[in-house]
Design a protein around this ligand. Structure first.
Ligand code: NDP
Length: 246
């Protein structure tokens, strides 16, 4: 028996990387999982198929997190399909690294639309359906607190916004028995930040455990926050960063 048996979860950006790891973990704990994607249709369908093939319940939905109407509709579709919603994991995100003077307005707008407005809107819509025991978990970044490189202004702006949003929302929905938390990964080996990629050289010296993390190592913290044992943890910002910010 899994700790999330009977629960329904949405994982945004569940087609690849950290979101894929979270979707697989929550499904392994017993939740029915709707994983959203934007561009990676085949990968998303494959993840959902593999979860279903191993006895879980999953569906892949194309929902652009940067499109408010699509986000609202996506949440409604999940509730229509599974009959309820218990857990929202806001994971989808984009990372842009560029000097502030070179950052086109469209790139700024898209970063804010996906990383902040998408999180706000999905949470707003999910809260129409979440009941007591509900969970909102948002994937921020240690770059909200510490940035060891130049060019991270818009990314850090969005990730710091998530931590503030989490604290405020936790106060608002606490009386309803719903918790709201932020998980801040450090460097995790994904397409966004490969362990042998361009950021590794200046990132690696700051990681206390001297290695990149894996999506599964972030997913385990998310699984804790999604489950019943974290019922007194809310408004928190928890790092899974290998000591990057230590
Ligand atoms: P990846 O680039 O590997 O994966 C990003 C995921 O988000 C994909 O599933 C992608 O789907 C989805 N996504 C991107 N844009 C959209 C959109 N507009 N609508 C719906 N889905 C979208 O990134 P990571 O797995 O590394 O990152 C996941 C989260 O973790 C992000 O919020 C990121 O900021 C955060 N993070 C990552 C760190 C790292 O070192 N990797 C460190 C700290 C935080 P698709 O392919 O279909 O577009």
């Amino acid at each position: 028996m899994g700790q999330l048996d009977g629960k329904v979860a949405i994982v945004t950006g569940g087609s690849r990387g950290i979101g894929e790891g979270i979707a697989r973990r929550l499904a392994a704990e017993g939740a029915a999982v709707a994983l959203t994607y934007h561009g990676s249709n085949e990968t998303a369908e494959l993840v959902a198929k593999e979860i279903t093939g191993s006895g879980g319940r999953a569906v892949a939905l194309r929902v652009d997190s940067g499109d408010r109407a699509a986000v609202r509709e996506g949440v409604r579709q999940v509730v229509d399909r599974f009959g309820r919603l218990d857990i929202l994991v806001n994971n989808a995100g984009v990372a842009v690294v560029a000097p502030i003077g070179d950052l086109p307005d469209e790139v700024y707008d898209r970063s804010v639309a996906v990383n902040l407005t998408g999180v706000f809107t999905a949470s707003q819509e999910a809260l129409r359906h979440l009941g007591a025991g509900g969970r909102i978990i948002t994937i921020g970044s240690v770059n909200a607190d510490r940035v060891h490189f130049g060019g991270g202004s818009v990314y850090a702006l969005t990730k710091a916004g998530i931590a503030g949003f989490t604290r405020a929302l936790a106060r608002e929905v606490g009386p309803r028995g719903i918790t709201v938390n932020t998980v801040q990964p450090g460097p995790v080996d994904t397409a966004m930040n490969p362990a042998d990629g361009p950021f590794a050289g200046f990132t690696r010296p700051h990681i206390a455990v001297d290695r990149y993390g894996s999506p599964a190592e972030v997913a385990s913290l998310v699984a804790y926050l999604a489950g019943p044992e974290s019922s007194y943890v809310t408004g928190a910002t928890l790092n899974a960063d290998g000591g990057y910010s230590a």
